[in-house]
Write a new protein. Structure first.
Length: 62
């Protein structure tokens, strides 16, 4: 798949994903699973929702 998550978006997703995953473990809730998904989209730089909506936050090639 083509990367569609830019650098700023990636950093936000990784930080938020780690926070949600840790919070999910601490409070024993399903928010941890959402955190893992958000973390994975940041790490792999591909968001399926962005693909479906035609959104691309990567910088344009010169």
């Amino acid at each position: 798949m083509k990367c569609n998550v830019g650098l700023t978006d990636r950093v936000i997703r990784i930080v938020a994903g780690i926070g949600l995953a840790i919070g999910g473990v601490i409070f024993e809730s399903y928010w941890g699973l959402i955190g893992v998904v958000v973390l994975a989209t940041g790490v792999f730089r591909v968001c399926l929702l962005y693909s479906a909506l035609g959104i691309n936050t990567t910088e344009k090639e010169l």
